[in-house]
Design a protein around this ligand. Structure first.
Ligand code: MEV
Length: 305
């Protein structure tokens, strides 16, 4: 019997970095997915077939942890493949971890619920990366759009019925997330009062954005995004390429724009309407950005036929 599972990638909407310090964020699942197939084999060793080396580390750790936790001795073959590359920072390592636990749970008759999958996956991610709030694990598990507080202290679906009309632009620069988390923590050590002020301001924006999303007030959501970007720039995590893409998107009529994730590269997002989408896409491309066609508010981890 082969179990096939998929889990989605993510886009951070509001609150990156602050969420590492105990504040809330808003995150949405994208319709690019990571697939994991698992089956029991009669061999002495597990077989991991993962095209991305980075992903195979997460699979290996998850498998080892699952076997220890549930006292499993049998060997397993796990294959991964994905709709998206780990290059653009959409969260392939968190998706692969979540999908691996879900698949192993099914394979060995442990029907793990969402909270267990989150807790197991977050533990593995922390072991490998040493840092991180777990927001990416939460959205890979639960899907849709979430209000999330550090370490999964709070995980609440945002009561919005439709996906956001977003344009996603990749900066062409692969961001080093742990590096930028450390950079912010270094600044936090030296300028604690100022950094706490920025985080608190970001947290206020997150609350306002949650309510604006629930009321489908997209003009307000857009303004709050641009405001969040201003605060991220103060944290020192934006880069000129992202700044230019964001400025061009706003000039072309986006309701708001910001970087998404740790900064230092990866993607920016711009909130658009049907009438402004094309102009904003052209502006981001003209600024040297690569358009990444993804929808959001996608389903969380699930079994595949
Ligand atoms: C990275 O995509 C977002 C950060 O807030 C880190 C995290 O929450 O794990 C910078």
């Amino acid at each position: 019997m082969t179990i096939k599972v998929s889990a989605p990638g993510k886009l951070m909407l509001f609150g990156e970095h602050a969420v590492v310090y105990g504040y809330p964020c808003l995150v949405t699942a994208v319709d690019k997915r990571l697939y994991v197939e698992a089956e029991r084999i009669t061999a002495s060793e597990d077989e991991i077939i993962a095209p991305q080396v980075k992903e195979s580390r997460f699979v290996l750790e998850s498998l080892a942890y699952f076997k220890k936790r549930f006292k499993i001795n049998q060997a397993v073959r796990i294959k991964t493949n994905g709709d998206f590359s780990h290059r653009v920072g959409l969260g392939s390592s968190s998706a692969v971890t979540v999908a691996t636990f879900k698949a192993l749970g099914r394979l060995f008759g442990q029907d793990l619920d969402a909270r267990q999958i989150f807790d197991l996956s977050y533990r593995v991610n922390l072991r490998i990366q040493g840092v991180g709030s777990g927001f990416d694990i939460a959205v890979a598990t639960y899907g849709k759009t979430l209000y999330f507080v550090t370490g999964g202290k709070v995980i609440i679906p945002v009561a919005t019925r439709q996906p956001l009309d977003l344009v996603v632009g990749y900066s062409g620069v692969k961001a080093d997330t742990p590096f930028y988390i450390r950079k912010v923590s270094e600044a936090f050590r030296h300028r604690r009062v100022q950094m706490r002020r920025i985080f608190s301001e970001i947290a206020v924006l997150v609350e306002q954005a949650r309510s604006a999303l629930e009321k489908a007030d997209y003009r307000r959501v857009g303004r709050l995004m641009t405001e969040n970007q201003r605060l991220l720039a103060q944290l020192g995590v934006s880069i000129p390429k992202l700044d230019t893409m964001i400025a061009r998107a706003l000039e072309a009529g986006a309701l708001g724009a910001k970087l998404s994730g740790a900064g230092g590269g990866d993607c920016m997002i711009a909130l658009v309407t049907k009438t402004t989408r094309q102009a904003v896409e052209q502006a981001i491309s003209a600024a040297g950005g690569e358009l990444i066609p993804v929808a959001n508010h996608a389903a969380g981890v699930k079994l595949e036929p």
